[in-house]
Design a protein around this ligand. Sequence first.
Ligand code: IVH
Length: 722
Amino acid sequence: MSPEDARAEMARLAREIERHNRLYYEEAEPEIPDAEYDRLFRDLELLETAFPDRADPNSPTRRVGGGAIQGFEQREHPVPMLSIDDQFSEGEMAAFFARLQKGLGAERVPVTIEPKIDGVAVALHYRDGELDYAVTRGDGVVGDVITENVRTIRRVPLRLAAGAPSWLEVRGEIFLPKQAFAELNQARDEAGLPAFKNPRNAAAGALKLLDSREVARRPLDFLAHGHGRLEGFAPASSLELVEEMKRLGLPVNHPQWRAGTVEEVLAAVRELDHLRHSLPYETDGAVVKVVDFAAREALGTTARAPRWAAAYKYPPEQKETVLRAITVQVGRTGTLTPVAELDPVLVSGTTVRRATLHNQDEIDRKDVRIGDTVLIEKAGEIIPAVVKVVLEKRPPETRPYDLFAEIGGKCPACDGPVAREEGFVAWRCRNPGCPAKTANRLKQLVSRKALDIEGVGTIVAEKLVERGLVVEPLDLFTVPEESLATLNLGTEAEPRVLGSKNAAKIVETLGRARDLPLHRWLFGLGIRQVGESAAKELARLHANLGELAASVILRELRTFTTGQRKDANDLLAPYGISGEVGPTVAASVVDYFESEAGAVLLARFGELGIDSRSGNYAPFAAAVASDGPGVAGKTFVITGTLSSPRDEIKERIEAAGGKVAGSVSKSTDYLVAGEGGGSKREKAESLGVAVISEEGLAELFAAGSAAEETEEARDPGEPLHP
Ligand code: IVH
C-alpha cells in the first residue's frame, strides 16, 4: 500500500469508527456488534503503526490514551470561566427573575432551564473542526491543559461535522455516570483500593491522572452546556448555538425547558426535581439562563458570575437509616466526639456509613439513641449529618445515650481521666500523653498545609505513637531512620514494614521541613484557635517562634473584649492584618506559651536546632513599602504560561510579603506575564501597570532579600509595638 493510499484508508476507518461511536453513544442504536467495531479499530491501529508519519493526532485510536504526560501545562481562558450565583429558594429564584425583567425592561424574558451537572467544568477548543486543546476551569482565568485525557472520553468528538466554525470553544461538564461510579467503587473495593467519595471526585481524580491510559479505563462522559470564544460563527441565541452544536456532533446537555415567566420557570424547576434522580449523572440544581445573547450582553456580569444566569439549588436529599452503634473518637486536643455508626445508605450519590453527632448536648437535643431510625442528609452535599430521629420507628427497648457513662468515665483510647471544661460542651481526655491525641497532633504537624511530610499518613502516624517512637509530635525529627524502615504497619501476625526507601524519603523531607516558614509550623502545632489564616497573620506580626512566645502585641490584644473589636483592628491595621487574629486567638496563643506544654515545646525547638523564620514579617514589608525594591508590599497579577505552577509562584510572592490578585487594576504593581496571557497584558498596558517576565520577578526577589538583610542587621528582633 502506498503511503497516500494508507492515509486515505486511515481517514475512512476513522470516519467509520466515529460514526459507530455516535450511533452507540448518542443514539444508543449500534449497527454493528462489538467484535466488528474492535476489528475496525485494530485495522486502523495496524495502519497507524505501519505509517506513523501519516497518522492523524486526532485519530479515534488516540482515545485509548497515549501514556504518561509531564505534569500539566497551564493556559489562560480567552473568555473567563465564571461562576454562577446560587438561589436557595423559590423566593430567591423569583427575585432573580424580577431582576432580569427590570434589567431588560420586559415582562417576558425567554430563558432555558436545564440540569446542573455535578461534574468537572472543561473548555474544549475546536479549531477548524478539530479538537485542538482542552482546559479545566482552574481558577476561572487559567486552567490545566488536559487534552490527552479528554481525548480518551469517547463521547467527546475529536473532529466535528463539516462546516464547523474556525474557532469553537465548547464549555461543558465531564462526569462519571452514577452507574459507572458504583461499578468503579465496587471494583476498587475488590482490589483493596480506597473507594471514591462521590462521582465528581472520581471524575476530577481521573482527569488529573498523568497517565492517560489510566484515564481511558474510567468511563467518563461529557455534556456541553455553553460556549466561550467563537470565531466564524455568531449565533444570536443559546437556541441557535445548541442547534449548531448538535449538528456538529456535540452531545448537548438535556432535558431542557423553555420559559418566559417566573411561574413557568418554577414549574420547570419542580419538574426537574422529580426527574433528576433518574438522570444518569448527579445533579444538585437547575441552571436558568437567558436565551438571547444581546440580552445577556445588556445584563452583563459581576466579577464572579454573569447576571443572566442562576442556579436553583435543590435542598439536600434526606434518607432514613438505622443507627447501630455510637463510637467515641479522640481528637487532637483530646475532645471526645461521638460518631453514629449507620446501616450504609446512599445519600446524594454517596454511601454514608458514619455521621458525627458532635457532642452530648447535640445528642440530648435530638434525643438520639442506639437502635433509632434516623434521617440523614449531607450538609453542603458533603458531610453527612443526622437531621433528626424518626420517633415513630423507635424500638421499645431504647434508652437515652450518656457518653460519660458509656465510656465508663475514661478515655476510650488511653483509659485516662476525662473532664468537661467550664463553658464547653465537650468531654476531653485529660491525659497529656494520650496516644490518640498525640497521633492526631502528629497528623496535624505532617499535614499538607503544615510540614507536608507526604510519607507520614494516618497509619504511619498511629503506629509511630503506638510503638512508642513518638511521644510528642516533634519526636518525629529524632526517630532513627532504621526504626522508621522497620516500623510495622501491620499486625504481629501479619507484619508489613514501612521499608527503607520510604524511610529515607521521610527523613529527607523532614530535613527540608526545618526551613519552612513560621506560618506552616504554627499551623502544624495545632494550637487551639490557630488555623491556616490566623497562622499567616501571626507570622506577619512576629519574626520567629521566640518572638511569638514573648509577644507584647498579643498580650495587649488579649485584654480587649469582643466589644472592642474595632480597637483591636486599629491596633493591627499598621501591619496589614485583616481580622483573623483577635482577642480570642491572642488569648489562646499567649496561654499556650505560658503553659508547661508551651515551654517544653520552645525548649524542644532549641534542642532540635529548628529556628523557623517568618516569611511574611510585616515590619520588613513596611520597611520596603510600595516604593521600595523587592516584592514586599507589592501587588502582583500572574498571567500566561510560566515555568513553575502558579500556586508555587503565588506562595513565593506571599512569603516575601507581596500580594497576588486575580485581576489587573489600578492598584496592581506588576503583571508577571508568561507566554500567552493576552487580555491581562492589554489591560495592564492600558493602565500603565509594569509588565515583567519571570526573570524580572526573580530580580525583584533578589532586590527584596538584599533589603531584608539590611533591615535585619539594623534592628534584630526588637519586640513589636504599634
Ligand atoms: S451554564 C457561568 N449550565 O456550574 C455561567 N453551567 O457554578 C454559565 N455547570 O463551573 C454556566 N451544569 O461548569 C451551566 N447546565 C449547566 C451546568 C453548568 C454544570 C457548572 C459550570 C460551572 C458551574 C457554575
